[in-house]
Design a protein around this ligand. Structure first.
Ligand SMILES: [Zn+2]
Length: 676
């Protein structure tokens, strides 16, 4: 079975690699941050990270922020021995320091995410300092590794037995190591981290390929599936793909699994998104990676079904995907047999509270990673649309505008004085030392690696085709084609793409038209194009191009009021405001002290002024309109009261992008605003 899959797989890989080189004329390639260059079952392959550079505008600014502020801050914080994720554990395991293990079980994995982020920045900047820093950390990681390849300091330093409790995150840690090592290898061409990863991979093959019964429910938070597929792609060793498949096959294969860990029901039979929102999306990302190699239909159908369940019934308007801090998978709503306690999890369909929304930054990022993978498998714009929604809203809200402090949870409303739930905090935090309100540092390096790698998400390549998934000032240079994209997106919907170099043979440019872009228009060399430009599709312009050709895309950025499905009870008679991909919010920092945010109402037909303020929150476009303020309501201690009589005042309202909230002073905020 394995041999035939492997043989077919390798043949396909070889054929596809040859084909893609012939068709695109590329001699490089195969160095995407997720390397699908030889994956047989993708619609397009991810671009070589060298092929795309952000040049100006929104994402270029955030890459620079990540390089200059976020990464230095994280390097410093993650060397603090009392941060909940810290490198000191690895130093101790390496015999280079004295002390005890401190922090969360997933601390090692968070350190590897930081190495991955640094490798991705190095890929662009070639800063030798970063290279030296990575080599130092990798040397320590190598020394911490057990002789048989195992590496998890929360076990090695505590005298615990391996593989006793899936919540110990052993596979999560080693999974992130595999991914980080592959990215490091592609970015630097070095083998020092990859050697360690191969030993981890070989060790995991020894333990898991025989499918021992007692390990049927490992693991939890399965970054190991993505890691094993990436190790296969990097090394070409079929056993690592077999390992990834085994991890997928194990899910739900034995009685005793849980909804929380998505292993009560086999993945291929699962009908609903349940349980922990990070572990779920990591599983589905890994399964999508396996599908890209094997093309197993049942897997793809399950993933498409689950993605629809999430995005049509369980996703916030910000792209956040976890409604609940704690709860139970309700068997009547979900028809799933015995109740199961869940936490940091999807809610029931349409259960989307604002103030107590969990929406862990990692869950949101994982949802974008999963959507990006589904996009590669299908070429369908609906996946790009959700990916973009997450990136501009619930991914970015996880970090402050100065790039040095972070949210773990991302609620859609904050009311001062209202109780906070598990690992929630009223303001972003720089570290998770014992004094911090939050005790988990998984999100910050996850934001960093996403910002560092995002240029690799923006374009794709298939035979005779270049795909544009995300807009931003950038240069694409690959396969004999050089494109220069200029745009002020997401503040402005115009994007101009100039062809600077092109082969003489015809090829197609596929441009993603987001779901919100009603009335989008396309011009080629100043003349209206007759290609179809419809929201939630790719507009395809195929022709023989010449250097100097210009494509102008206009995505109208109207301010729109959004209503939710009537079963989302918290949003009845409320609207959210969007402009382009950006979700807006009302924050008390923009209201006079005397006015309480819960008393503000939005008119049903607001007249908007759209204004870009370069000095506010590192430059944001704000939306202004006149709103209403109801007479002061009863003291907040009263549960029910008569609606107060008295005059309704008018007030000038200013809305800011949701991602930029809580950067001025602590106060109230809401995405959903009640209507007047
Ligand atoms: Zn996290």
């Amino acid at each position: 079975m394995c041999r035939s899959i492997c043989l077919k797989g390798s043949l396909r890989r070889l054929l596809l690699a040859v084909l893609s080189m012939v068709v695109t004329g590329s001699a490089r390639g195969g160095r995407g941050v997720v390397d699908t260059s030889a994956s047989p079952h993708v619609r397009f392959r991810n671009v070589d990270m060298d092929a795309v550079r952000w040049t100006e505008g929104f994402w270029a600014e955030r890459f620079e922020l990540c390089r200059s502020a976020t990464i230095p801050a994280l390097i410093q914080v993650m060397q603090k021995p009392d941060n909940s994720a810290n490198f000191q554990n690895l130093r101790i395991a390496a015999g280079l320091a004295e002390g005890k293990f401190f922090g969360n079980d997933w601390s090692d994995g968070d350190c590897y995410k930081l190495v991955e982020a640094v490798a991705a920045v190095y890929w662009v900047t070639r800063d030798p300092e970063l290279d030296r820093w990575m080599d130092q950390w990798i040397e320590v990681i190598g020394k911490a590794q057990a002789p048989d390849g195992y590496l998890s300091t929360q076990i090695q330093l505590t005298g615990r037995q391996r593989w006793q409790d899936l919540h110990r995150h052993e596979l999560y840690n080693m999974g992130h190591l595999l991914t980080a090592a592959c990215v490091h290898h592609r970015a630097t061409g070095k083998d020092n981290f990859l050697r360690i990863a191969r030993q981890v991979g070989d060790y995991l093959c020894t333990v898991f390929l025989p499918r021992p019964k007692e390990l049927a429910h490992f693991g939890f938070n399965p970054s190991n599936i993505m890691g094993a597929v990436e190790l296969y792609r990097t090394t070409g060793e079929p056993r690592y793909l077999k390992l990834a498949q085994t991890f997928v096959d194990m899910r739900g294969s034995a009685p005793g699994g849980s909804d929380q860990n998505q292993d009560k029901v086999p993945l291929r039979k699962e009908q609903e998104a349940v349980g922990h929102a990070v572990t779920a999306a990591y599983l589905w990302c890994g399964a999508a990676d396996v599908y890209a190699q094997t093309g197993e239909q049942a897997l793809r159908e399950a993933l498409a079904r689950l993605w629809e369940d999430v995005t049509e019934r369980k996703m916030y308007i910000t792209g956040g995907t976890a409604a609940l801090h704690t709860g139970e998978a309700d068997r009547r709503l979900l028809k799933r047999g015995p109740r199961d306690s869940i936490h940091e999890a999807f809610g029931a369909p349409y259960q989307l509270p604002h103030r107590t929304a969990y929406n862990e930054t990692c869950a949101n990022i994982a949802h974008a990673m999963w959507s990006w993978r589904m996009l590669a498998l299908t070429g369908e714009a609906k996946y790009a649309d959700v990916m973009e929604r997450v990136l501009y809203n619930s991914m970015l809200s996880g970090m402050g505008v100065e790039g040095k402090d972070f949210f773990y949870t991302n609620p859609l409303r904050r009311i001062k004085g209202a109780p906070l739930l598990s690992n929630d905090s009223a303001a972003r935090w720089p570290d998770t030392t014992p004094a911090s309100p939050v005790h988990c540092f998984c999100c910050p390096p996850n934001v960093a690696r996403t910002l560092a790698e995002l240029s690799g998400w923006a374009y794709g390549v298939s035979p005779d085709t270049v795909w544009v998934h995300l807009y931003g000032g950038s240069v694409f240079d690959s396969a004999g084609i050089r494109l220069v994209q200029k745009t002020r997106y997401p503040w402005d919907g115009q994007a101009t793409i100039t062809i600077e170099r092109t082969p003489e043979t015809p090829w197609a440019l596929r441009l993603c038209i987001p779901g919100w872009a009603q009335g989008a228009r396309l011009q080629v060399n100043g003349e209206a194009s007759d290609v179809e430009v419809r929201p939630l599709t790719y507009a395809v312009i195929e022709r023989r191009w010449s250097p100097g050709d210009k494509i102008q895309l206009e995505l109208p950025m109207e301010v729109v009021l959004i209503e939710a499905h009537p079963l989302v009870e918290e949003t009845r008679n409320h609207v959210a405001v969007m402009r382009g991909p950006i979700v807006y919010c009302l924050e008390s920092a923009d209201l006079p002290e005397s006015i309480a945010l819960p008393d503000v109402r939005l008119p049903r037909r607001p007249a908007w002024q759209v204004r870009h303020d370069p000095d506010l929150l590192r430059g944001v476009t704000v939306l202004e309109t006149e709103g209403a303020v109801l007479p002061k309501s009863a003291p907040s201690s009263v549960l029910y009261h008569h609606m107060p009589a008295g005059p309704i005042d008018r007030i000038k309202l200013r809305l800011i992008p949701y991602y930029a909230w809580s950067n001025r002073r602590q106060g109230d905020m809401t995405v959903w605003i009640p209507l007047e």
